[in-house]
Design a protein around this ligand. Structure first.
Ligand SMILES: [Zn+2]
Length: 376
């Protein structure tokens, strides 16, 4: 299909900064200024309105002299509008978000964008290479924000993301998965006490579950302050989960349409309303052993129901893992080998499971049926 020539975005080869040269533009770029259609500067690269550009942001090299860079895709529209960042792999082994961004960047309607999209498919490049959640200094990047220029390796990486990307944006979406060995039902996490205005944006994304949860110190979410930021959690680490990827891509595009960054889509009118959970609880292993789960991810549980059994492979002891609460199973351990006290089942709690069941069913109908049709 031929692009509309008046609005089409031209692709520019990114003139990456010279190796070893780490010039930072600082946090001076105010959000209001970023909305104007001036060029946007990322690293040493100035991107004009109507241009699409790839920039390598230099990071500290490995001790083998191997240079390392953070990949940044910038689509700077001719028309004014919000400046949205989409980040993935802040935890280096959480790869669903990388695929969501790959598909997002291939979306045709981006050529008609109003505002700017800044997509960072791999923030924690070090962890991505070693297939690890952490950095080589064993720190968790998502406990190191806002970071500092002179701090630890994690603090420097956090500072680069904050000063080069977040400070220039008006909105953000951060893509995550569960930690290794666990899986999450697609969900958006927001802190509605701190950001009541985020409810509308989160509903626009339309995941089955919205989890209202307080932010932890050191996370990107807490460092972003007043900037509206959605945290998407879906699937598991080191695995592609097609449903989580498709729901994530659709969610990002819906948020962009909601912000009027993209034209409305007639085919996306039937979006379901997510279920809002105000609390969640982890059910832990009562003994060490081998776990057999009875309830799948997304399952509705009533208080007192048996979620699974743990048997002792060297003895005869077997214990049931019982849910203390009613709600929806939004996270589950996938590794059956468990130690006493380990977190096994994450339940978003509710007094009435009815509306939660409806939201999960509608989500399944939207994503699972088309998935089966497509594979035939
Ligand atoms: Zn994560």
């Amino acid at each position: 299909m031929k692009e509309d020539e008046t609005d089409a975005i031209s692709k520019t080869a990114g003139t990456a900064p010279a190796e070893g040269q780490n010039s930072k533009t600082g946090r001076s770029g105010s959000r209001a200024a970023a909305v104007a259609r001036d060029p946007i500067v990322i690293g040493d690269v100035s991107i004009e309105p109507g241009q699409r550009c790839y920039v390598d942001l230099p990071l500290p090299p490995l001790y083998t002299h191997t240079s390392v860079a953070m990949p940044v895709h910038v689509i700077h529209g001719k028309q004014p509008g919000p400046v949205l960042f989409v980040t993935a792999a802040i935890h280096g082994d959480e790869i669903n978000g990388i695929e969501i961004i790959r598909r997002l960047l291939a979306t045709r309607s981006l050529s008609r964008i109003a505002g700017t999209l800044i997509a960072v498919p791999v923030v924690n490049v070090y962890g991505f290479v070693s297939q690890s959640r952490y950095l080589p200094d064993r720190r968790d990047l998502n406990r190191s924000f806002p970071g500092s220029e002179q701090g630890s390796m994690a603090a420097r990486l956090a500072d680069t993301l904050m000063s080069e990307i977040v400070a220039k944006c008006t909105h953000g979406i951060d893509l995550h998965t569960a930690a290794e060995g666990r899986a999450n039902l697609p969900q958006i996490r927001v802190d509605l006490d701190a950001h009541p205005d985020l409810l509308e944006l989160a509903e626009a994304f339309a995941p089955p579950i919205l989890l209202d949860s307080h932010t932890r110190d050191g996370t990107l979410r807490s460092a972003a302050g007043k900037l509206p930021l959605l945290l998407y959690e879906a699937g598991e680490a080191l695995r592609f989960d097609e449903l989580a990827i498709r729901a994530g891509l659709k969610g990002v595009l819906r948020v962009m349409r909601h912000l009027n960054m993209l034209p409305a889509s007639k085919s996306d009118e039937k979006k379901s309303k997510p279920w809002l959970a105000n609390n969640s609880v982890w059910m832990r292993a009562p003994q060490s052993g081998i776990l057999r789960s009875r309830i799948p991810l997304g399952g509705i549980v009533e208080e007192g129901v048996v979620l699974g059994y743990i048997s002792d492979p060297f003895g005869e002891a077997e214990q049931a893992v019982v849910s203390d609460v009613s709600g929806v199973l939004i996270g589950i351990t996938k590794l059956p080998l468990v130690h006493e006290g380990e977190a096994l089942y994450h339940v978003a709690t509710t007094a009435s499971t009815k509306s939660a069941a409806r939201a999960v069913d509608e989500f399944r109908l939207e994503y699972e049926q088309p998935l089966i049709k497509r594979l035939k």
